[in-house]
Ligand binder design. Structure first.
Ligand code: SAM
Length: 233
């Protein structure tokens, strides 16, 4: 998979060179490129923002640098269309299902907004050169799209075949089957007077599977009842 990121703070993404995603890049499984949006500005101050039409607080990102950047980065036919993701608190909420869906794409472009956001016409133009998704990390407002993009790249990237060593560990995780994951324990069997549940020491795989399933349901019911009712609002 190829991922291009557009940001006015490219160094935010240095952390993606670490750990599993760093190894995936070294192994050629993930081709990640982070570009400074100011590369597509031509004035002395490399300006990417301007005052909003209609007035109001804050600045809005100008459309011209975005248009030029997308012209350069979006795949052209006959290549499959790029998926262009704009992190936005006003977008669809990112879930594990979104991550799974996006992990099948060949080319993702992330456009990180700053200030009060991006001139609305950019989204319309982007949909003429690719598939556009406005995606929110959750119902709160961040200063910019960088943190949201990093979270999405990590969630999507770990689902690309070959990134996580043992693919079975992906299947058993929270949200994969609509439930939260069961509790996990490791050695020692007693730590600070707290023991591990007996069933996990029993060697009875059927009993362990039943216990884990019960724990998943109970944990989901108490912490995230919205997942059981299908109501995620
Ligand atoms: N004025 C915008 C609004 O009210 O919808 C918020 C702009 S925010 C300060 C600047 C940028 O941060 C956004 O363009 C977006 O890229 C990013 N951002 C903020 N909150 C986000 C969230 N919950 N999910 C994803 N991106 C977010």
């Amino acid at each position: 998979m190829r991922i291009d990121v557009l940001s006015i703070f490219p160094s935010y993404f240095d952390g993606l060179a670490l750990s599993l995603l760093g190894k995936a890049q070294s192994a050629g499984i993930l081709d990640l490129s982070v570009r400074d949006l100011r590369e597509w500005t031509f004035d002395r101050h490399r300006t990417v923002d301007d005052t909003p039409y209609g007035g109001g607080a804050g600045m809005v990102m100008k459309p011209e640098p975005w248009g030029l950047a997308l012209d350069e980065l979006a795949s052209r036919p006959p290549a499959p269309p790029s998926t262009i993701i704009f992190p936005s608190p006003a977008g669809e909420v990112f879930t594990q299902a979104t991550a799974r869906e996006l992990s099948t794409r060949e080319h993702l472009i992330f456009g990180c907004g700053r200030y009060e956001g991006i001139d609305e016409r950019v989204f319309e133009y982007a949909s003429s050169v690719g598939e556009v998704r406005l995606i929110s990390l959750g119902d709160y407002v961040l200063n910019g799209g960088e943190v949201a993009t990093m979270a999405m790249i990590e969630a999507i990237g770990r689902l690309i075949p070959g990134v996580v060593g043992n693919p079975e560990s992906l299947v058993e995780e929270s949200h994969e089957d609509g439930l939260l994951e069961y509790p996990s324990y490791t050695k020692p069997s007693v730590w600070r007077e707290r023991g591990v549940p007996d069933v996990l020491l029993s060697g009875n795989h059927g009993a362990i599977a039943t216990w884990r399933r019960e724990q998943q349901i109970e944990r989901t019911r108490s912490r995230r009842p919205d997942l059981l009712s299908g109501d995620e609002s």
